[in-house]
Design a protein around this ligand. Structure first.
Ligand SMILES: *Cc1c(COP(=O)(O)O)cnc(C)c1O
Length: 385
C-alpha cells in the first residue's frame, strides 16, 4: 500500500461492536485472566497491554502508523516532543560521553545540551549546519550521537542526510534526526542513513493546534532501549491524544501537500517583492542547499523565512500590520502563523549568537497554513509604517 493509504488503513483490531472508527481506550490498566496470565504477561512471554504507562491500544496504533510512514522497524510515543528528545538521547549516553549537534536546533533541545546533560559530564560540540565539512573535526573518541534537525528553525537551512549517515557509520555514531519540520510525507531520514527519527507530533502531525505529543521511531534494538528507559521514567502519551494524533495522520499527506504548495507560492511571491530583502525556502532555486533539498525532500515543507530591510523594528511592525495571521509560538497549524524570532523566541540571544544561529534581526518566520492561497496573499501586508 502507498503511505497515504497506510495512514488511513492501519487500525487496531475491531471490538465486538464492529465500530468503523477506532474506539478510544481510556483506561490506565488492563486485567488478567488469572495468576498465570499475569505472570506470563509480566515475563513478556505474551505481547499484550498491562498498564498504559507501558502500552495502550491507541498509542500502539499511532506508533505503528508513524513507523510505517518513516520506514522504521518500531517506535515509542511520548507526551511531548521534548519528552521524545530527552528519552531518545539519554539511554545511549553515559557520564563522560559526547554529542555532536548542529547549532541551529529547537530551543529546549539546546537547553538540554548546554544546561542539563553537562550535569552528568556529557558535553556537546556544535557545528554550523551550513558547514558539514567541519563535522569530522568535532568528533571525539567519546562521541556517541550525531544530532540534527533539517530544515532548521527558524532559518530553514537544509543539510544532506545521506552524507550524515555516511559520517555516522564511519565513526560508529548514532544518527538522530528530529524530523518535525519535514514530517514523514516530506522526507524519511531512515532511508538515508538515520538510526532514530524524532517527531514533535504537536506540530504538523496534529496540525490543528490541539494536543501535545512526541514519537521516536527506528531500529528495533535501539527502540527497545528507549522503551525500557521511558516505561520507567513515565513520559507516556495519553490515550486520548494518541487517538487524536492517529486520526490526524489520516489527513497529514493532504495537509502537507496543500500547505507546501501555499508555502512555495508565497515564497515565490515574496522573492520578487521590493520590500523584501531575501527569502529562504528549500524549494526556491535561490536557497543555498536547493540541490540537496530537491534530492531528499518531496516538497519544500510548510515554513518560509524572509527578511525585511529595516531589521528589528520592521519585524515588529510587520507583526502588528498583519493581524489576519496568528501570532503564536506553535507551527504546522491549519492557520497561518507569523513570528518575529529576534524579538520573541530568540530575544535572549546576543547579536553574535543570532549570527551563529543564522538568524537576522529582520527575519520573519511564516508557518504557512491551509487557508486559500488567494486569501493568504491578499492579506499579506508589507506596507509598514
Ligand atoms: C516543537 C518542537 C520540539 C518540541 O516539541 P514539544 O511537543 O513542544 O515538546 C522539538 N523539536 C522541534 C523541531 C520542534 O519544532
Amino acid at each position: 500500500m502507498e503511505k497515504d493509504t497506510l495512514a488511513i488503513k492501519t487500525q487496531i483490531e475491531r471490538s465486538q461492536f464492529l465500530e468503523h472508527s477506532a474506539p478510544l481506550y481510556l483506561t490506565s490498566s488492563f486485567v488478567f485472566e488469572d495468576s498465570e496470565d499475569m505472570r506470563a504477561s509480566f515475563a513478556e512471554e505474551k505481547d499484550r497491554n498491562i498498564y498504559s504507562r507501558f502500552s495502550n491500544p491507541n498509542v500502539s496504533e499511532f506508533i505503528e502508523k508513524i513507523a510505517l510512514l518513516e520506514e522504521a522497524e518500531d517506535g515509542v510515543a511520548f507526551a511531548t516532543g521534548m519528552a521524545a528528545v530527552y528519552n531518545t538521547l539519554v539511554p545511549f549516553l553515559n557520564a563522560g560521553d559526547h554529542v555532536v549537534s548542529a547549532s541551529s536546533i529547537f530551543g529546549s533541545t539546546h537547553t538540554l545540551f548546554t544546561k542539563y546533560l553537562p550535569k552528568w559530564n556529557i558535553s556537546t560540540t556544535y557545528f554550523d549546519i551550513n558547514k558539514p565539512e567541519t563535522i569530522t573535526a568535532a568528533i571525539q573518541q567519546n562521541t556517541k550521537i550525531l544530532f540534527v534537525e533539517t530544515p532548521t528553525n527558524p532559518g530553514v537551512d537544509v543539510i544532506d542526510l545521506q552524507l550524515l549517515g555516511q559520517i555516522a557509520n564511519k565513526h560508529n555514531l548514532l544518527l538522530v534526526v528530529d524530523n518535525t519540520f519535514a514530517t514523514p510525507f516530506v522526507q524519511n531520514p531512515i532511508s538515508l542513513g538515520a538510526h532514530l527519527v524524532i517527531h514533535s507530533a504537536t506540530k504538523l502531525i496534529d496540525g490543528q493546534g490541539r494536543v501535545l505529543g512526541g514519537v521516536t521511531v527506528g531500529f528495533k534494538d535501539l527502540i527497545r532501549e528507549i522503551y525500557l528507559f521511558s516505561r520507567n521514567t513515565g513520559p507516556a502519551l495519553a490515550p486520548f491524544n494518541a487517538w487524536l494524533l492517529s486520526k490526524s495522520l489520516e489527513t497529514l499527506s493532504l495537509r502537507v501537500e496543500k500547505q507546501s504548495q501555499n508555502a512555495l507560492q508565497l515564497a515565490t511571491y515574496l522573492e520578487q517583492h521590493p520590500k523584501v530583502k531575501s527569502v529562504k525556502y528549500p524549494f526556491l532555486p535561490s536557497h543555498p542547499q536547493y540541490a540537496i533539498a530537491k534530492k531528499q525532500m518531496q516538497t519544500g515543507g510548510t515554513i518560509v523565512a524572509f527578511e525585511l530591510h529595516d531589521g528589528k523594528d520592521a519585524g515588529k511592525a510587520f507583526i502588528d500590520a498583519n493581524s489576519f495571521f496568528s501570532v503564536s509560538a506553535n507551527l504546522g497549524d491549519t492557520r497561518t502563523i507569523i513570528t518575529h524570532p529576534a524579538s520573541s523566541t530568540h530575544s535572549k540571544l546576543s547579536k553574535e549568537e543570532l549570527k551563529q544561529a543564522h538568524l537576522t534581526e529582520g527575519l520573519i518566520r511564516i508557518s504557512v497554513g491551509l487557508e486559500s492561497y488567494k486569501d493568504i496573499v491578499t492579506h499579506f501586508n508589507l506596507n509598514l509604517k
